[in-house]
Structures are given as structure tokens and as C-alpha cells.
Design a protein around this ligand. Structure first.
Ligand code: FES
Length: 362
């Protein structure tokens, strides 16, 4: 977040890692989150009446400046640039990237690439490699000043139809055509087609070979709820995992009867209750890279914290109580704790299940 105890001074905001700050330390402070960036008044992106860039000194629209793509965007410049350049991937780091960039651009409308990199340096991003966020901040700075894009790229204005669909979740029944239909001739004469057929032509495409905003990029740029943990519906249950205290063990028996008897507990699942569907844990969609060595719940645990049982109950407290009532009988097996030991002859075999696939174990 951006935080200040002197909101009357826009330059007094500090970039703060809210995850390591006590709430008491922020008592009485003025705070800006990524949701607050939606207020275009907080960004000097341009005059709302004329939709032209604003002179940073006089705060007046620059009358001779061309109308830039951002003036047609439903998003403030910074967020639109992040969406347009592909600077948003998973989105975990996006709020911090945007706030760090906002602080920089509020203080320095003409940042160099090195200054942008310095401003973003404290934000850890596992996805983008920083190239796109840096490009986005430089582009936003140019848009906000009324300059051309710094990389000379002819960035198209954001597609409002698509952006609105992202926002509302309602997609147009049919994508807008590339070319408007020929106007009807009042004489009744059938007009010739506007495009004459040709024998060989590259097919015109609206999507293929063109940059497309990520499907949830606008929501991520605005700090809207997009992650599973953000979803809350009436009647939802809370879930919890019973995990293994052992590094390697076989589950000989599980007694879940006491947990199930607890009022408000709706389900307790063990390896006896779920189908055995093998998958890889790479966390990637198709093509899911091997090895295929995971099932949701197994009769064996292979590390401390491995999954043993799943509880669904009406409150988090009930989940915790139910987890404590599950009784598990383990056969503790020899474990390995480093790769050197694991490759020795006779080392314990952790994945000895017959249905695992593509495990290389010479
Ligand atoms: S976009 Fe995924 S961590 Fe930065």
C-alpha cells in the first residue's frame, strides 16, 4: 500500500509492505490500495473534459497535443499500460507493482528505465522477468505526459468492447466485424461487395498474430476479486487438511467417525473415499509436465505435511476440531532427506506405487 500521515502532501506517501506492518502502526494513516487507483483523479493522466494530457506544471490540458490512446481507455493510464503490454500474468505482484509505479510517476513524470527498475526492485515478481512491467511504466509515463510511446511501438487503444466484457462478464453475442457492412443503396441497386474476392490472400485475423490482453488482466489491474479465495457465496463450507507429521509412512487405518459425528461437519474424506486419479504436481495446465506421481489422497505419505484427510464444515473452528478428532494409524517408513542419499543403492523408495508414470529411477 501507499501510506501517509500527511495526506495533504501528495509526495509524503510511502510504499509499505502491508504484510509486515502492524495495524496499530497504520492507525490514523491515509492509505491508497490498488483499488484506489481506479480513481482517475489520483493520477495525472489527463483532463477529464477534453481527454487531453495535462501540463504537469499548470495542471491545464495541453490543447495542441494529440488525443492519445489512453484517452479512450476505461482504465487509468498506469493500469491500461500494464494490461496492454502484458505486464500482468498471475497478478500476485500487480498491486505492489502498480503502487510502486504510481509513487514513482507522481514524483517523476520523466523516469529513465534505470529509475523505473529501481522503483520496482523491491517487488518480487515470479512471472514476468520485469521486462514487461518496466515497459508498462515507461509507456504509462509517456501516455500521461502526452508523448509517443518510448519504444516507438504503435500501441493500439484498448478495445472497449473486450474490456467491458472482461469487467461485466457479459460477452457480446458476436465479435464486432473488422469492416462495416456496405450501406444500403436507396435506389435498390445491389451494391458490389466492398472487398473483391482474391485467389490467394492471407486470412485477416482479429486475434491470431496480434497481442491480446490476458483474460483477467483488467480485474487484476483494478484489484478486483479474481482468486478462488476471493469467492464467497451463501452456504459455503470451510475446508481443511489433515496433514502428515511423518516424512514417510504408510497409512494403516483412519478412523473419522468422531469427526463426522460433530454437528456442523459435512464431510471427511480420506484415500478410501476419493477416486484414484493420477496427475503431475507441476501446477501447469496442458501440457501438464511429468512425472505423474500424485493423487488427491493416498494411502501413503511422502513428506511432512503430505495430505491425509480433508474436512468440510460450517466454520473454521469446526474444521479445526474435526481435524483433531481424526485418528490415523501410521507405519513409519525410512525416509530420505537429501538427493545424495536418495540416489544411493538401497535408498528408501518414496514413490513405489505401481501406477506412477514417468519417474526416472535407474
Ligand atoms: S505477475 Fe505473477 S508474480 Fe508478478
Amino acid at each position: 500500500v501507499l501510506l501517509t500521515f500527511h495526506p495533504e502532501d501528495p509526495h509524503s506517501y510511502r510504499l509499505v509492505n502491508s504484510g509486515v506492518m502492524l495495524a496499530a502502526q497504520a492507525d490514523g494513516a491515509s492509505i491508497v490500495t490498488v483499488e484506489g487507483l481506479d480513481d482517475t483523479a489520483t493520477l495525472r493522466q489527463g483532463d477529464k473534459e477534453t481527454r487531453r494530457p495535462v501540463n504537469q506544471s499548470t495542471n491545464q490540458p495541453i490543447s495542441q497535443s494529440p488525443i492519445h490512446p489512453i484517452s479512450q481507455s476505461p482504465l487509468p493510464a498506469l493500469q491500461a499500460a500494464f494490461v496492454r503490454t502484458g505486464a500482468i500474468q498471475c497478478g500476485y505482484c500487480t498491486p505492489a507493482q502498480l503502487l510502486a509505479a504510481k509513487k514513482l510517476l507522481d514524483e517523476n513524470p520523466h523516469p529513465s528505465e534505470a529509475q523505473v527498475r529501481e522503483a520496482l526492485a523491491g517487488v518480487l515478481c515470479r512471472c514476468t522477468g520485469y521486462a514487461k512491467p518496466v515497459q508498462a511504466v515507461l509507456l504509462a509515463a509517456a501516455w500521461m505526459r502526452g508523448d509517443a510511446a518510448p519504444d516507438g511501438h504503435d500501441w493500439e487503444p484498448p478495445n472497449l468492447t473486450i474490456f467491458n466484457a472482461f469487467e461485466s462478464g457479459e460477452w457480446p453475442a458476436e465479435a464486432p466485424p473488422d469492416e462495416p457492412p456496405a450501406p444500403a443503396d436507396p435506389t435498390g441497386v445491389i451494391a458490389p461487395p466492398r472487398t473483391m474476392p482474391v485467389t490467394v490472400a492471407a486470412p485477416a485475423t482479429r486475434v491470431v498474430n496480434k497481442p491480446e490482453p490476458k483474460v483477467d488482466a483488467v480485474k487484476l489491474a483494478k484489484g478486483r476479486p479474481v482468486f478462488t479465495d476471493d469467492v464467497e457465496m451463501p452456504g459455503m463450507l470451510y475446508g481443511g487438511l489433515l496433514t502428515s507429521p511423518h516424512a514417510h509412512a504408510r497409512i494403516l487405518a483412519i478412523d473419522k467417525s468422531k469427526a463426522l459425528a460433530l454437528p456442523g461437519v459435512h464431510a471427511v474424506l480420506t484415500h478410501e473415499d476419493v477416486p484414484r486419479v493420477i496427475y503431475a504436481s507441476g501446477g501447469q495446465s496442458y501440457p501438464n509436465p511429468p512425472p505423474y506421481d500424485q493423487v488427491s489422497l493416498d494411502n501413503k505419505v511422502r513428506h511432512v505435511g503430505d495430505r491425509v484427510a480433508i474436512v468440510a464444515a460450517e466454520t473454521p473452528e469446526l474444521v479445526q476440531q474435526a481435524l483433531e478428532l481424526i485418528e490415523v494409524e501410521y507405519e513409519i517408513l525410512p525416509a530420505v532427506f537429501d538427493p545424495e542419499t536418495a540416489i544411493q543403492d538401497g535408498a528408501p523408495v518414496i514413490h513405489d506405487e505401481p501406477d506412477a508414470q514417468m519417474i526416472h529411477d535407474p
